[in-house]
Structures are given as C-alpha cells and as structure tokens.
Design a protein around this ligand. Structure first.
Ligand code: NAD
Length: 348
C-alpha cells in the first residue's frame, strides 16, 4: 500500500479546526481508495512564537523537506503577534524555500451556493505568482520614527520567475476552456508590468490554441463583478493575485469555500496546501468555521500526490453535501456537521 508522509501545520485560530476536518476527510478517502496517510503535527504558530521567539525552529525548512506534502490550516494572531512577523516567519519562507511558485486557486459556485452575485457558470482558475513580485521582501527603512523617515519596498520580477508562472498558466488554460487573462498595471508600472506583458506575448506564440486577454488590475476587479462567467484562467502577480482571489472567494460565496495549493511544479521539494482564508480570530473556537475550503485544498493535495480518483471523489462529496444545502451559508451548520456530511457522501 502506498503511504504518503504529510507535515501538518494547523497554525492558529480556525486553522486548527479546519485542518482537523480536512484530515478526517482525507483519512476517509485514503481508506476508500487504498492508500495511507502518515502525518506529523508541527505546532508552528503565533503561540509557538510567543514561547520561542520564532515562528518555526531554525531547521524548520529542512525538517519539512523530507515530506511528500505540507498541509497548513492558517497562521496569524494579530492581537499578540504582528501579521508581518507571522507571515514572513513561516508561510512566505516555506513558499520561497521550496520554490512553490504556482499558487493555484479555483473559484466556482458549488451546487446550492448562490454567492452575492448569483453568478451562475462562474468557474475560474486563478494562478498567482507566489515567490517574488511585490512580496519579495526587498526593501528597508531608515530614520525610523523621525520626521524624515523613509520606507522602501521593491517589487522584484525576474525573467525566470515571470516566464515560469505564465507558462504554467498557459498549460492550465490549454487543459481548460482555452482562455488566459493576464492581469497587470502596465499603464502605471512601466518597467515590471510592461516586461510581464512582453513575456506574455512571447509565450503566446507557443500556445496558438490559447486566446489571451491583457487586463489592468482595476478593470479586472470590475470585470470580476460585472461578468465573472467570461473568465477562465487568470494569471497575476503575487499581490494582485492575493487581492483578486479574495474577490473570487467572495463571488463563490465566501472565504469558507476558497481552496489553494502552493505548487512546486518540478517536484524538487514538497508542495503546500492551505485554504485561502486566515485564522479568523472572530469565530475561532466556536465550531462554526466552514471547513469546505480546507477540505477542497486537501483534494488538491491528493491530486498532486497522484491520487486523482480520490481527489475527484472528495470534490464530488463536497458537492453532494452542498447540493443538500449543508454549509451553503454562514451559521447554517457547525464545522463538525459539514465535515460529517462530506464524509458520509464520500463513504456512500
Ligand atoms: P480571515 O480570512 O481570517 O477572516 C476574514 C473574515 O472571513 C472573518 O470575518 C472570518 O470570520 C471569515 N472567515 C474566514 N474563514 C472562514 C471560514 N472558513 N468559515 C467562515 N468564515 C470565515 O482574514 P483576516 O481576519 O484578515 O486575518 C486574520 C488572521 O489570519 C491575520 O493574522 C492574518 O494575517 C491571517 N491570515 C493568514 C492567512 C494564511 O495563513 N494563509 C491568510 C489570510 C490571513
């Protein structure tokens, strides 16, 4: 029997609840499809930071390297640890160290879920660049606290980084409905984003079967509200992708439905799977977090591990649960009830 080694980082707040829910469903899928999941829990979180002064141990990255995949709940507890510390101390280092350059975020309406726009037919795949761009961490501050203080944060776009994420997007578009929308702000950002457009055009010549649209981020935000059904694959930089995918999540009914995978496409290091949402301190510990985003992220993990049939079955089980009205609106069901409904559908 094939055994997959998983590193679990539940993190903070609802991250803990939804990781537990996702692992229950993954365990049920493993039993049904004849493989095993062996998981090790890592308590790296804001609570860990308060005790140790770091978000993870010095050898944390090397520890994770030996696993087949990493599953993360959510990290952040702004009441005690600044978000910039928790993000730059754990998530971003993992994404960068393991070259998880493709952040894949599917957004579509599940059966029974209307979303605020009732955008029937809404089904997009956002590909967010995940290792450089606006989140490269290049910058600094001088004269802190003085009148002449200066803060500089530089976006970094490399040819290798831009080309590989766009190529990934073209491949995904080819496997879907054949349309790619590249999102920039090339009217205002005349170096990095003009460069991004040039690389898009160069690659487009290699993919004559894919139609390409270029959109500015502001127009794209409007388009996602006015005509989201017209979009297929969307490729964007780290910051723009981050923002657009919260909009995508809202259109699909809320952050509780938005899954994400941080993929290292060449498989030279583990990939990481996590819901888009954060630790939601406002609902933490209340057993009301929607675990569907986390379970869907687990399905992405199974697909990446090569268990395509199990992955598809988990997605079908999510759809069967929402089609019955389970978890389709906040407050309707508890985390436990939604998890149990998905497991029941998976085992039916
Ligand atoms: P958030 O995603 O945690 O919450 C935003 C809103 O959505 C809240 O009202 C919350 O209750 C709701 N929500 C989120 N997930 C939900 C779910 N599964 N079911 C039902 N409702 C849900 O974003 P935030 O409040 O901006 O951030 C809280 C903390 O999480 C911060 O520390 C932030 O840095 C961190 N964060 C972490 C990640 C991550 O680990 N990948 C992502 C985003 C934010």
């Amino acid at each position: 029997m094939t055994t997959y080694k998983l590193a679990l980082i539940p993190g903070d707040g609802i991250g803990v609840d939804v990781t537990d829910a996702a692992m229950q469903v993954m365990g049920a899928a493993a039993s049904r499809f004849g493989f095993a999941l062996e998981s090790e829990n890592f308590p790296w979180s804001c609570a860990y930071y308060l005790e140790h002064g770091t978000m993870m141990p010095e050898d944390g990255i090397e520890t994770l390297r030996g696993f087949d995949a990493i599953y993360l709940g959510a990290v952040g507890w702004p009441a005690t640890v600044p978000d910039s510390v928790s993000l730059h101390g754990l998530l971003l280092p993992i994404r960068k160290a393991f070259n998880q350059y493709a952040n894949i975020r599917p957004h579509r309406l599940l059966p029974g879920v209307e979303g605020p726009l009732k955008a029937e037919g809404f089904d997009i795949l956002c590909i967010r660049e995940n290792t450089e761009g606006e989140y490269s961490g290049a910058g600094g501050r001088v004269h802190e606290g003085k009148d002449n203080e200066v803060a500089v944060e530089t976006s970094v776009f490399t040819r290798a980084g831009v080309e590989r994420i766009l190529r990934f997007g073209f491949e995904q578009a080819r496997a879907r409905r054949g349309h790619l929308t590249s999102v920039t702000k090339s009217n205002a950002q005349k170096y990095s984003m003009v460069f991004w457009n040039e690389v898009t055009r160069e690659l487009a010549a290699e993919y004559p079967d894919v139609t390409v649209s270029h959109m500015h981020i502001d127009a794209m935000a409007a388009k996602m509200v006015m005509a989201p059904q017209d979009l297929d694959v969307v490729v964007a930089s780290n910051l723009f992708g981050d923002i657009l995918t919260d909009l995508g999540a809202a259109i699909q009914g809320g952050l509780g439905f938005a899954a994400s995978a941080n993929i290292n496409p060449d498989r030279s290091a583990p990939s990481m799977f996590e819901p888009v949402h954060g630790s939601a301190p406002d609902i933490a510990g209340k057993n009301i977090a929607n675990p569907i985003a986390a379970i869907w992220s687990g399905a992405q993990m199974l697909e990446h591990l090569g268990e395509a049939e199990a992955s598809a079955a988990v997605l079908s089980a999510i759809e069967a649960a929402t089609a019955k009205g389970i978890g389709i609106r906040p407050g309707l069901n508890t985390t436990d009830e939604i998890t149990a409904a998905v497991i029941a559908a998976l085992e039916a």
